[in-house]
Design a protein around this ligand. Structure first.
Ligand SMILES: Cc1cc2nc3c(=O)[nH]c(=O)nc-3n(C[C@H](O)[C@H](O)[C@H](O)COP(=O)(O)OP(=O)(O)OC[C@H]3O[C@@H](n4cnc5c(N)ncnc54)[C@H](O)[C@@H]3O)c2cc1C
Length: 400
């Protein structure tokens, strides 16, 4: 474990062959949130992680993830106030600081579809925002060099979530509420039973539970392919973030410089100085080649060169050579809509998968939703965080 907030006694209480109310597979953002909520609800929970909590081979490590009200879909934007509340509640309950509010700047050429939809959503939900153009945009944000005809949208409910710390805190809070955690516990298979399911580790050890929640991130297909009758399309792509030095640290500090997203191609985004003094984190999404999650992580030099060119073109006062690059993985469905649902035939098995490049902010709410689904009958979707777009049955082939 990597965070001092986790008590050293957290990898304990694991009873070989024992029966639990809920077994959660995967201690990334989603699994740790599911374990936290189930344990907080009084369930007897076992959380199994193939590596160690806080490892850097999945999708949830690192010091920062964007959290924002600004979305192009009403469905997502409308649940953000409640999602923020869950993060605030976790901060209060744990005493840990997880959120840094920075304000956000979202920019693109005028009439760009994503930002146009996001503006409509901000207006519909009456979320405060300010539209800036031309000279006014340039004056307010001199750290950017945006082409003529681009607009900027400022939205204050935007901030940074400390990702690795959030995972550590959710696991430690799950333990505080009685959960057991087993690290270096790679799950080899799940066998549904008449009631509940048996989880078998690669070592041959087995555990059983009334409910099993699979939150395996980039490894999710290993479970879905074996357990679900129809193909569930998930693509894993290698991504990376880079830390660029800035000339004037004060101009890029929280309070002076917002987090930002170019919603126009090429999609790049970045943060004020937060994790590494004197540097800002900027990233460009890889929408190209896919990866095997078991392969070693490597820096993609071509993508980095592309990002360096973008930084030179769009930013002022930012040095051209990153001082650090950090690889990470996305796992995406074709529409980037998440999969959060019960197994179609074995409702005692649940899945949380395909959280793409925007899932971290939602993890605390996804964990709440998975806990709600795990504790209700098959076919019941009574949770404030349920959305129709999450259904796994959307991949059932349409017969002609
Ligand atoms: C570079 C980058 C930038 C991002 N930026 C943002 C952002 O700004 N805002 C935002 O909201 N989101 C962002 N995201 C997305 C977000 O981080 C992910 O959607 C989220 O972390 C996914 O969490 P997860 O729990 O599904 O996957 P993971 O964190 O990968 O967790 C899955 C876990 O399951 C474990 N596991 C897998 N198989 C087994 C097995 N057989 N047995 C036991 N354990 C197993 C794995 O070891 C892993 O720990 C970003 C992602 C990346 C990579």
């Amino acid at each position: 474990m990597t965070d001092s907030t986790i008590p050293s006694s957290s990898v304990v209480n694991v009873r070989g062959g024992a029966r639990y109310d809920v077994i959660v597979i995967g201690a990334g953002g989603v699994g740790s949130a599911a374990a936290y909520h189930c344990a907080r609800d009084g369930k007897d929970v076992l959380l199994l992680e193939q590596f160690t909590v806080g490892h850097t081979r999945g999708s949830s490590h690192g010091g920062s993830r964007i959290i924002r009200y600004t979305h192009d879909k009403l469905d997502h934007a409308s649940q953000m106030p409640a999602t923020f509340d869950l993060w605030f509640e976790l901060e209060r309950e744990s005493g840990a600081s997880l959120l840094t509010m920075t304000g956000g700047l979202y920019f693109a050429p005028e009439n760009e579809p994503w930002l146009t939809k996001a503006l409509q959503v901000l207006q519909t939900l009456d979320f405060p925002h300010r539209i800036l153009v031309g000279e006014e945009l340039q004056r307010a944000h001199p750290q950017f060099n945006l082409p003529a005809g681009w607009i900027g949208v400022e939205q204050e409910h935007s901030g940074i979530l400390a990702a690795s710390r959030a995972v550590a805190v959710m696991v430690s809070q799950a333990v505080r509420h009685g959960a057991s955690v087993r690290e270096l516990a790679a799950v080899a298979g799940i066998a549904p039973e008449w009631e509940g399911a048996v989880v078998r580790l690669e070592t041959g050890e087995t555990f059983s539970a009334d409910r099993v929640i699979v939150c395996a991130g980039p490894w999710a297909s290993r479970f879905l392919d074996k357990l679900v009758e129809f193909p569930v399309p998930l693509r894993v792509t290698p991504q990376q973030v880079a830390y660029f030095p800035v000339q004037d640290a004060a101009a890029f500090a929280v309070g002076r410089f917002p987090l930002f997203i170019s919603t126009h191609e090429p999609h790049f985004y970045g943060f004020p100085i937060h994790e590494r003094p004197g540097t800002i984190k900027i990233a460009l999404e890889n929408e190209g080649h896919s990866a095997n999650p078991d392969d070693p992580r490597q820096v993609d030099q071509a993508l980095l060169n592309q990002l360096t060119t973008i930084v030179g073109e769009f930013m002022r006062g930012v040095g051209p050579t990153p001082v650090h690059v950090e690889p990470c993985l996305y796992t995406e469905t074709p529409t980037r809509d998440f999969i959060i649902d019960r197994h179609p035939d074995y409702p005692q098995i649940l899945f949380g998968a395909g959280f793409s490049g925007r899932g971290f902010k939602h993890t605390i709410a996804v964990g709440r939703l998975l806990a709600d689904l795990a504790q209700s009958d098959a076919g019941v979707y009574a949770s404030p965080f349920w959305r129709e777009s999450y259904r796994i049955n959307r991949f059932v082939p349409v017969s002609t």
